[in-house]
Ligand binder design. Structure first.
Ligand SMILES: Cc1cc2nc3c(=O)[nH]c(=O)nc-3n(C[C@H](O)[C@H](O)[C@H](O)COP(=O)(O)O)c2cc1C
Length: 222
């Protein structure tokens, strides 16, 4: 059933970036996962654009494949981007399982797993690659009910995305750009406290704001 599905069944459209969690195995066989933006091309091949410094890039090159996991659960974004937010700074092993067709793990707790094999790697921007992948298998994990919309999880995912960019801007001395994004996170902080007070969501944004303070303090002391 799953191989008959196409990426467009899951909302993929050309020229749009979709956020996903890309999971891979490292040289030591350890599973890894990180949020990445993914796109499709004319022929419905998947495009991933990892920074060449990332573990994900090294793993995709090594194993020639990846799993693109679709989810809107902010906790998964948070724990896969900030590895040190996990016990022992490692994403829990039990979050992963073996895939069917590729040498990359899939995440158990997501909505859709897309197993993909690397076809081609090209340079893209400075320090970034464009990896074209062929879809081998699409595994939807069926949910019985649609979910009611709450603004908090989306505010958290936006804040996590901004945080990863703020870290880069601060280390490149682009303070103004960093401050613009920090203001946005503060806005999401207030929103989340309003629509989901004392929740896992407010805790994640509070943690992000603390991380930003720590990044700033570290840069000042250097
Ligand atoms: C929603 C979201 C999208 C992201 N998209 C990308 C991306 O397209 N390419 C990239 O290299 N990093 C992206 N990042 C940042 C990486 O997830 C982050 O650098 C991560 O630490 C890389 O982990 P790794 O070294 O285990 O691969 C994104 C982060 C978030 C939160």
């Amino acid at each position: 059933m799953s191989t008959m599905r196409s990426l467009s069944d899951f909302g993929f459209i050309k020229n749009r970036v979709f956020e996903a969690i890309v999971s891979t195995y490292g040289a030591d066989g350890m599973p890894n996962a990180a949020p990445m933006g993914v796109m499709i091309d004319d022929t419905h091949q998947l495009i991933i654009r990892p920074y060449t410094k990332s573990q994900t890039y090294r793993n995709v090159l090594l194993r020639g494949c990846a799993v693109v996991n679709l989810t809107s659960n902010p906790m998964i974004y948070y724990k896969t981007v900030f590895k040190d937010a996990n016990p022992d700074s490692k994403i829990p092993f039990e979050w992963f399982e073996r895939s069917h067709l590729v040498d990359a793990p899939k995440l158990k707790i997501v909505d859709v797993c897309i197993e993909a094999k690397m076809i081609k790697v090209e340079d893209f921007e400075k320090d970034r690659a464009r990896v074209l992948c062929k879809v081998e298998k699409i595994d939807p994990i069926v949910r019985t009910y649609p979910r009611a919309y709450c603004r908090a999880p989306f505010a958290v995912i936006e804040s996590i995305i901004h945080a990863t960019r703020i870290k880069v801007f601060l280390s490149n001395d682009k303070k103004e750009k960093a401050e613009e994004l920090i203001d946005l996170i503060k806005h999401y902080d207030a929103l989340t406290r309003r629509v989901a007070p004392d929740s896992a969501y407010t805790k994640i944004i509070a943690d992000i704001l603390l991380r930003i303070e720590a990044w700033k303090a570290r840069l000042k002391s250097e």
